[in-house]
Design a protein around this ligand. Sequence first.
Ligand SMILES: [Zn+2]
Length: 360
Amino acid sequence: MSKAVDVETPIFLQGVSLDGYIWGDVRHEGKLSDLGVSAEQIAELEGVLTEKVLNGEFESTPDWGVASSETVRGLTDGPVPLYNERNRTGRRYAPVEEQPHLFRTFAELDLSDEEAIRNFTSKYGFLGLKQTGYLDGAFVYFEQYEDWFRAIAEVRGALTLYDTFMGDDYTSQSHLISEDEWGGFALDLKVASLDLGRRLTPRSYLPSVWEKAKGDYQLLFKLFFFEIVNEKLSEYCLVRLHVQGDVEELDFGIRNAPWNLLGALWLQVAMMAERKVTYKKCGFCGRTISLADTRKDTVYCKSAEDSSACRTKASAQRKAQTLELSAQGLEVEEIARTVGSKRTQVAKWIKSVEAERKPS
Ligand SMILES: [Zn+2]
């Protein structure tokens, strides 16, 4: 018997601090001596950081020469302990495999809700845009609010394009695209206050594709999506070799590996496009439902705890509305139209209440 190498290793493992994450006004790294840190402590800290760089845990040592008195809003997992960084408690998970629709949850985060972003981080960890700085005099790794804002807005923007060209009504969004004076096309897309606009120029495409794209909004939306996703993949993902097969005869495979959570999210966006996954909103709670895992005519989401929660709640809501309208004297026909239920169902609800009222 030959031993098989673990082929199904996750393409990216994300670490999440079990100590939780907090928002703070973080001071960018500066001269430590200006911050009241003693020369002895600086020497210790530099030693630890140099070791971290050599171990590949951290990309570079902080730029000690730059003093900064300005603070930025940032998320941190707390002060970096000088000696027991490796003992810090954390858990690991594989976002791409374990949370295939995480990019949708991410894109739907309320940009102005710090608490919602913090909760996401506590569950799924840093995006991988870590910087170094100081919070209340302690050395911390942190991720800037501005970077989170941009990252969420960009994924949301890409999904807006995707949902547009996958839907039937893409011509209604044609105002987002205009032909520019140089013979290219410009996308005018804003998410919150962020301008995600960009241009398509003929030189990047085969003439046959370009000719077809002119006036074909569905194709133009696809090309803009393609440009954005590729740009992000090249920023946050790397092509890597991996080994697979039996120990006696190992084969190489090629795969796209994200190097941070943000890369994993963009890879998921790309995988969604490859699989042509469509989505819709739950008719009750508004959560996104992937139609890859369920029937196309699904209306309500299914929660893990109760497979019919939203369906039941929606039905209860329609029944309550029916009884209210019925009490106001509306006819069955009219109620059915208003609440969006079948006439027979509406009649049944009214009858059931009347039956309850009648003394037996
Ligand atoms: Zn729902």
